[in-house]
Design a protein around this ligand. Structure first.
Ligand code: ASP
Ligand code: MG
Length: 421
């Protein structure tokens, strides 16, 4: 018998009618496996808000005690909905499912799962409605996995149960070549590799939580993203197969959540960049792109990007560092957008970066920073031109056409690489 984990997001269970239609989907899959449900609507946000109305600095343990209740409400209501449809179901909390985490309240990591109870209930023929986002420490404290963490619960459970598929029911039809709200010609993808999805998630395509994808990659759990409101097939996210390299660019994304910080005129000597970045990292600030310009007159500028929420902290430490190192000053700019293109085909083709830069140049969009990985190219541009940049890049790689109809003018196979059809 197949085991399927079906994950419903907040909006998919936001009221009684939606709960019942989600329950219907679950019942259709009945006898297949376990189910995961997230909090209803904006419950988590509302609960956080309540806590911060009382105190600026609520205890993180109590926050977890509070926000974990959102998912508990959802799973109980889902179970009631399944009962109403005449089927057997049982809701379980993180602790009841044996989801053990470390004790970092509000951003706990799953340390292990002992799903004995889940397996027993499944064997008894019940649909298990699992509360996402929450776990318990060895000391029986309730923890949560960080915002968006119920995606991670779903994949972890799928891995622990060796499920055949982990399906995410969302308020979108699947993964698109770009955000269709910005790029009208964006197409839904049939399939995408775990690696491509990871790069897209970290570059701003926020459909799935990165940690969930990492986990899926590690345990080779096939995922799918589909709509909870219609029966279109959605997108599958699977381990890479050689044929995937024949598509050069799978998708493009825009990220408006970063800011760039520049330390100006630092002495161009070995060890300076590491001194600045060590200080930034000591505040737990995550860096993304890092650029150092070519030194002139013994001075260089070091620029990096951080999440907008970290920019104040970054400025603070960089000002300190600038004083200590005798740098000329520090500037920050949060009016930037990062545009990225992602595709495993970049490994075996050349000309991809040139094509992206040309698409931006043709629109007179200035590139402020560039970074690349094996399967991704990102450019930072002025925020006012961000959406134009995404549309230009999407058009240049013909992402609005079916994959086998793209011409990819100017892009060449690298000698010595072979694409299997
Ligand atoms: N309810 C939690 C949140 O809103 C977890 C989740 O939705 O995945 O972050
Ligand atoms: Mg939520």
């Amino acid at each position: 018998m197949q085991t399927v984990v079906m994950k419903f997001g907040g909006t998919s269970v936001a009221d009684a009618a939606r709960c019942l239609s989600a329950a219907q989907l679950v019942v259709q899959e009945k006898l297949k496996g376990s189910r995961v449900v997230s909090a209803r609507g904006d419950t988590t946000d509302d609960l956080y808000k309540l806590a911060y109305e009382i105190s600026d600095n609520p205890s993180r343990r109590e926050l977890d005690m509070l926000v974990s209740t959102g998912e508990q409400i959802s799973v109980a209501l889902m179970a009631i909905a399944v009962h109403k449809l005449g089927h057997e179901a049982i809701s379980l909390t993180g602790a009841q499912m044996g989801i053990i985490t470390d004790n970092s309240f509000t951003k706990a990591r799953i340390a292990g799962i002992s799903p004995t109870r889940v397996i027993k209930e499944l064997e008894d023929g019940k649909i298990v409605i699992a509360a996402g986002f929450q776990g318990t420490t060895m000391g029986l404290e309730i923890t949560t996995l960080g915002r968006g963490g119920s995606d991670t619960t779903a994949v972890a459970l799928a891995a622990a149960l060796q499920a055949d598929m982990c399906e995410f029911y969302k308020d979108v039809d699947g993964i698109f070549t770009a955000d269709p709200r910005i790029v009208p010609g964006a197409r839904k993808l049939d399939s995408i590799s775990h690696d491509e999805m990871l790069e897209l998630a970290s570059t701003g395509a926020g459909v799935l939580h990165s940690r969930a994808i990492e986990l899926a990659k590690k345990f080779r759990v096939p995922l799918s993203v589909r709509s909870s409101f219609n029966s279109s097939p959605g997108t599958v996210i699977i381990a890479e197969v050689p044929k995937m390299e024949s598509v050069i660019v799978r998708g493009a994304a825009i990220n408006d959540n970063e800011a760039k910080v520049t330390v100006l005129g630092v002495p161009d000597q070995p060890g300076i960049a590491s001194k600045i970045l060590e200080k930034v990292c000591s505040r737990n600030i995550n860096l993304d792109m890092i650029v150092q310009n070519v030194g002139r007159d013994g001075k260089a500028d070091v620029t990096f990007t951080v999440m907008k929420t970290d920019v104040r902290d970054a400025l603070d430490v960089c000002n300190q560092a600038a004083k200590e190192l005798g740098a000329e000053g520090v500037t920050a700019d949060d009016n930037i957008s990062k545009i990225s293109v992602v595709g495993v085909g970049m490994r075996s083709h050349s000309g991809v970066a040139a094509k992206m830069f040309k698409a931006l140049a043709d629109q007179k969009i200035n590139i402020l920073m560039i970074s690349t990985s094996e399967i991704k190219i990102s450019c930072v541009v002025d925020k006012a031109r961000g959406a134009d940049a995404l549309r230009a890049v999407h058009a240049a790689f013909e992402l609005d056409k079916p994959e086998d109809e793209r011409s990819y003018a100017g892009i060449k196979h690298l000698p010595g690489t072979k694409i299997e059809e």
